[in-house]
Design a protein around this ligand. Structure first.
Ligand SMILES: [Mg+2]
Length: 306
């Protein structure tokens, strides 16, 4: 597999969601329509099928969300606990909040992945395909997500204050032809969440998009800290390491592994990761040469003290 496949898989949806610019492709396996660039495909088929068709993915996702609900109940009782590393003091008296990513954490975007594979979508078209998908407002839920959000909104802390669920997404605000709204993607996403049957509607202030404010960039820490100014963050759910820690989108696999180990006790207690084999920063940091990456030994190593 080549630079083209790597960049395609890593950037295709991420390009629109997290500023990972789609790159021109350059392999010999080019289609005449995309020529000289290669269409979206190469290697994404198995990952996309696993998410769309396997009982294994559904079981894994439901397991994680059920465990997250159990952990949330425990975390609410511990007023000193925070799931945000930068929230180290002064949060004990704040009301509780859960932070969640949207794409492939709550909303399942395997459909546009499959579409782009089947239609051999060319890189310059990725952004438009993604925005059209957002505008459809038709993403199904990631298994277990709706049940978790409902349960979280029913829970209260020791003082009887309800949990606020805040969605921090790298869906990016951008103008759309024929639409006067500055950020049509926000209303699209709220409508998509409403369509999933969440009993309580998600409020506009509970959804934070990339670019909605100047400081709300791909790196999500500024938005987490904005939440942390008024709330104790008691749990975080995402599908990308970057949903939890700053800087990891630029780290080597070995550096990311050290960061994972440094927060080992948080995984499964404060932080919950939904598997996403389709795209993500995990692949971006491998670089463009996937053949070379495949030849490397596993990045995983035993965490110190394990
Ligand atoms: Mg995501």
């Amino acid at each position: 597999m080549t630079r083209n496949a790597a960049l395609t898989l890593a950037c295709v949806i991420a390009a629109a969601m997290s500023g990972c610019a789609a790159q021109p492709l350059e392999t010999a396996a080019s289609s005449s329509r995309c020529s000289p660039a290669r269409p979206f495909a190469a290697g994404g088929e198995r990952a996309t099928l696993w998410v769309r068709q396997s009982a294994e993915f559904r079981a894994a996702s439901e397991i994680i969300y059920r465990a997250a609900a159990l952990a949330l109940a425990e975390n609410l009782a511990d007023r000193a606990l925070s799931a945000e590393p930068a929230q180290q003091s002064g949060h004990e008296g704040l009301p509780p909040a859960v932070v969640m990513d949207i794409d492939d954490t709550v909303l399942d975007n395997s459909a546009p992945q499959a579409r782009m594979i089947l239609e051999a979508t060319c890189p310059p078209e990725f952004e438009a395909v993604w925005d059209a998908w957002v505008a459809e407002r038709a993403a199904p839920a990631v298994p277990g997500a709706v049940e978790f959000i409902r349960a979280a909104r029913e829970m209260k802390d020791a003082l009887g204050r309800p949990v606020r669920v805040v969605f921090i997404t790298n869906r990016e605000c951008s103008k759309r032809a024929g639409d006067a709204a500055a950020c049509p993607q926000k209303e699209d996403t709220l409508a998509n969440l409403r369509a999933l049957g969440l009993d309580a509607p998600t409020l506009a202030e509970d959804l934070m998009l990339k670019g909605e404010r100047r400081e709300w960039v791909s790196e999500k820490e500024a938005r987490r800290l904005a939440v942390a100014r008024g709330y104790r963050i008691v749990l975080n759910v995402g599908d990308d390491f970057g949903d939890f820690l700053p800087g990891v989108r630029r780290q080597s696999p070995a550096e990311r592994e050290r960061a994972r180990c440094a927060h080992r006790d948080w995984w499964g207690t404060r932080w919950f990761m939904i598997p996403n084999p389709m795209y993500g920063s995990w692949q971006v940091v491998l670089g463009p040469d996937l053949e070379a990456a495949l030849a490397l030994p596993p990045a995983a190593e035993d965490c110190p003290g394990s």
